[in-house]
Design a protein around this ligand. Sequence first.
Ligand code: GTP
Ligand code: MG
Length: 551
Amino acid sequence: VKSLRRVQTFVHRNTGTVVAAADGDPLRKEATDEKHGRRSLSAVQAERQGQAERSVLISCNPRTNEKKFLKFLSRHGDVSKYFFYESYGIYALVEFTKRESVASLLEEAAIPTVSHEALVPFKTRLLSLKNIDSVGSTNQQYQPQTTAPINQLIQRLSREESIDRQVISLTESYQLTEENSRLRFLVCSLLQDMVAAYFPECAIKPFGSSVNGFGKLGCDLDMILDLDSISGRKAKTPKSASSLEYQLKRASTERAVTQSILSVIGECVDQFGPGCVGVQKILNARCPLLRFAHQPSSFQCDLTANNRVAVKSTELLYLYGQLDPRVRFLVFTVRCWARAHGITSSIPGAWISNFSLTVMVLFFLQRRSPPIIPTLDHLKGLAGPADKSVIEGNDCTFVSDFSRIQLRSNTETLEQLLCEFFDFYATFAFGKMSINIRKGKEQNKPEVAPLHIQNPFEISLNVSKNVNATQLGRFVALCQESSWLLQQVETATPTGGAAGNTPRPWGLAALLQPSQVAEIKSRKKRRREPASERIRTLLESLKNNKQPNKS
Ligand code: GTP
Ligand code: MG
């Protein structure tokens, strides 16, 4: 209970709002929702999009004098926020109070002169500051856009006094900062300007971990090109008998349309987009996408179109993360633990994905007694008429109004939950059962796959169909080892350490250190595997590498 109180005052850095804790009193909870400032994802996104439209990204000299820099900018209007960061040089994100200031600033910007190259005259809000007086000492503070190395995190956690504090500290060091969130929305906005050359009413919005509340500094930037306002999906039926229609090109399928649009945008980003490099068109994946690096932000970007189910998944994950702060704490901890042990990877393959892992944490929290979060079917039952959503035949309806959701009284601490999580999956009947957050109960596996996690919205699909037996085996072995470590007095209690010395890693810090047991087990298993199985796994991971698609 003591640690829960601490949890109650935690500030959600993604949204800048204070996150409420489950206090066990549903009535009080409902009444205080407003007070806790919990906002829907669409409200958060609208605010961030507004900020992004009033912002520019400026490459600066490392010794730029901050005062002179601000004075220079303020000739165009009031600056409401700015910060410096490093990414292939020094950049400043500058947000003005008014949008007109951006227009005024761009008017002053010149096309550079180059001697041995030619330029594509494509203007964006990505600028370079030249010749500003840089004499004198620089007082710029660079905002970090990546996490500290794992060893530093282990040291930091070792100094905490309880496992609950360690979990909170890990989340605080890993979650997206206010600045990084702004940068993500600005990159979407810059890209939207480019795509608007073809589709003036389009919107480019972030989804996935950039906005679902589980994003780690340095995670990729998933974006969706939203053409709904143009495509006719939201069109009104004409009132009068006579009406005009646009003449449009036709294609055989929606998929073909998505592929051709992404292909053209891919060319545009590749040939005209300043700072965009390494553009890959991955159009044959189940969900066609463009992948590229945006150097001024250091983001690895994935742009998809017509991917509305993924947007719904993002909204659902965000909602679960907002219901109780323990959800985010546990997801961050498990994701970090999995990454530290190579259970997840940035390279597509037979590994468990972060998305699958998050669904596994949600399922575990639904299985607590009493449950910490409700099932998806329960959230569907609470939905109002405006929440109705059917996408390509899949019912994606669930409640959007947080205040309608009444939570049960569960006061388990983060430490208890972490131990129980490892225990739960160390002994889960993966062979027979499927993980199902819609029902909040394991179901018989509908198909053969080492790990079966039902896709919450496309229920005939398995989100972890890429995972092979070896990877699942490593996960289970690590859960067993971590559960064991948390039950040992030597590793589960603070070690203190002499004054000035870093204490020996304990608790969560000990769990993040390289595993011994799991590695030995996996090596043994690999040795026993027949060669044909290893080749099959390798082929599968190569296939997945080519098609980094979602299932
Ligand atoms: P990281 O990028 O690893 O931090 O997490 P992420 O949640 O952003 O995952 P990823 O970039 O792989 O995917 C982006 C979003 O696509 C996820 O948040 C989900 O909403 C959706 N998604 C990812 N994988 C799957 C999948 O296997 N099935 C379905 N239906 N959706 C997925
Ligand atoms: Mg992502």
